[in-house]
Design a protein around this ligand. Structure first.
Ligand code: PLP
Length: 310
């Protein structure tokens, strides 16, 4: 078999759909997109590639022009992979309180990392004001360096990546047998993009949004616990591109439940994954156990990133 690929970009998308039959034996099936196998190690590689390709195609990003984004983690890694292959310098602003490991990873990938002083957060705890400050710095850098500003929370390409990529891949593998889709929400690109496509194909598919327990804003609750382990999700805001009409159900997952499921995925399935992936799988099991989907449903979810990032 010839498995030669042109570049790391060919490793983005087309991820395997794994049966999690050891973690949850039938008759229900839980199937999960192995997004962590992509070169940046997460689901955000898809958004990064689509954003850059769309910006180039629209003439918003010229060959060799720098790219700027405010990110602490997975989007930055995805952008670094894509920018390196396509020849764009990448500059990322990061609130200083984020884990140093993430900044180191971005530097190793050749990105210029600008650490932004925090407004009111502390080491390991990044607040909304800290994010606003790092965003402001990114905007200024984009202007000063004549760079393209990604703006992942507002960029429609992040949704398109999933509506035209992840979702059709799930549908191709599972098709009419699919009963539900479950995913945690950061920018909402994954949930909104995948749900929109699946509901077009089969309106009865139940789409459930996963939130950290105590930070269930999408479900309309007030925040009682803003600090949680589900990094990359549960920012305590309604993401600007959120589409409430797609969410049939909201499932809250506690830190303890995510940790327990993370251990189960490692020990039963041989998968060392991040916390949002574990929360997604836990929520999929809860949805099955609720009985709402009948006796032997098929539920699809997302394994967002590798556990090596934590
Ligand atoms: C680990 C992890 N899980 C889930 C998500 C959520 O993805 P989205 O931004 O598409 O909602 C992210 C986003 O950065 C992430 O880093």
């Amino acid at each position: 078999m010839d498995s030669k690929l042109d570049s790391a970009l060919a490793m983005i998308g087309g991820t395997p759909l794994l049966e999690l039959g050891r973690l949850h034996p039938g008759p229900a099936r839980i199937v999960a997109k192995a997004e962590f196998v992509q070169p940046g190690g997460s689901v955000k590689d898809r958004a990064a590639l689509r954003v850059i390709r769309d910006a180039r195609a629209a003439g918003l990003l010229a060959p060799g022009q720098p790219v700027v984004e405010m990110t602490s983690g997975n989007m930055g890694a995805g952008l670094a992979v894509v920018c390196n292959v396509l020849g764009h310098p990448l500059i990322v602003t990061i609130p200083r309180g984020n884990s140093r490991g993430r900044a180191r990873m971005l530097q190793a990938l050749g990105a210029e990392v600008v650490l932004v002083d925090q407004v009111d957060g502390s080491e390991g705890h990044v607040t909304g004001a800290d994010i606003a400050a790092a965003t402001q710095q990114a905007l200024e850098l984009a202007r000063d360096r004549d760079a393209y500003y990604v703006d992942q929370f507002n960029n429609p390409s992040c949704i398109r990546a999933h509506e035209e990529g992840t979702a059709p891949e799930i549908w191709e593998s599972v098709g009419e047998r699919l009963d539900a889709f479950v995913a945690a929400v950061g920018t909402g690109g994954t949930f909104v993009g995948v749900s929109r496509f699946l509901k077009r194909m089969k309106p009865e598919v139940v789409c459930a949004a996963v939130e950290p327990r105590g930070a269930e804003v999408l479900a309309g609750k007030s925040i009682s616990k803003s600090c949680h382990l589900l990094q990359g999700t549960g920012y305590g805001i309604l993401p600007p591109q959120w589409d409430a009409s797609l969410a049939d159900s909201f499932i809250a997952v506690s830190d303890h439940e995510a940790m327990t499921c993370r251990e189960m995925l490692a020990q039963r399935e041989g998968l060392h994954l991040g916390y949002s992936a574990a929360a997604n799988v836990w929520a999929a099991v809860k949805l099955v156990e609720s009985g709402r989907l009948g006796d032997a449903p098929t539920v699809a979810t997302i394994l967002c990133d590798t556990g090596l990032k934590y």
